[in-house]
Design a protein around this ligand. Structure first.
Ligand SMILES: *[C@@H]1O[C@H](CO)[C@@H](O)[C@H](O)[C@H]1NC(C)=O
Length: 187
């Protein structure tokens, strides 16, 4: 007697839930005109360069973990950076902040880095504010996209993305220049 009752219960439950979903009108979001649901946030675009300097006198990147010889693509190499950020590609152009963080080679298959970078701005309306970037950096490609995951000061609640490009025309093995174009929603 118990089994048919249980069956009947399940059957009515199925009937009820299917008629419920037919009658309900759950609307999926379809408005693509407003990419950010918070109308109080601003969209900002930042364009700058940073400089990896590896010379022995005043390096701005230092390797803190070496890689064993028997692994491919420098896997495991880990470095710390405190790079000057400039308005133009030349180190002599206006300094706008420091790019500080940790990065390393974290891909066995290719030259793929993890990046954990804080952009600390020192100029203009952004002085004293920071943006945090955390993502994968396939360094042998151009137009590398990395996520901006947060910020402080004017960049509170920041979310966005950075596009990174190596500036090969002015880089040397001791002085590597990278262009960043950052697009963020914030505050
Ligand atoms: C930076 O990115 C924005 C948004 O994608 C784009 O409109 C702009 O042209 C880019 N600027 C440079 C210098 O690449």
């Amino acid at each position: 007697m118990a089994a048919p009752l249980q069956f009947f219960f399940l059957f009515t439950l199925t009937l009820f839930s299917s008629s419920f979903s037919e009658q309900s009108h759950i609307e999926l979001p379809s408005n693509n005109n407003n990419p950010n649901p918070n109308p109080l946030q601003k969209l900002s675009n930042l364009h700058f360069y940073y400089h990896d300097i590896r010379d022995n006198e005043n390096p701005t990147i230092v390797q803190i973990v070496d890689t064993p010889k028997n692994v491919p693509n420098g896997f495991g190499s880990t470095l710390v950076m405190d790079d000057a950020m400039t308005e133009g590609p030349e180190l002599s152009s206006k300094h706008v902040g420091r790019a500080q963080g940790l990065f390393g080679l974290a891909s066995l298959q290719d030259l793929g880095m993890f990046m954990l970078t804080n952009f600390a701005f020192t100029e203009g309306a952004y002085a004293g504010s920071t943006l945090s970037m955390l993502g994968r950096n396939p360094i042998s490609e151009q137009n590398r996209e990395l996520p901006i995951v947060g910020g402080t000061g004017v960049f509170r609640f920041a979310t966005g993305y950075a596009i990174a490009n190596s500036v090969n025309s002015v880089s040397t093995p001791q002085h590597f220049v990278v262009e960043y174009n950052v697009t963020v929603w914030h505050g």
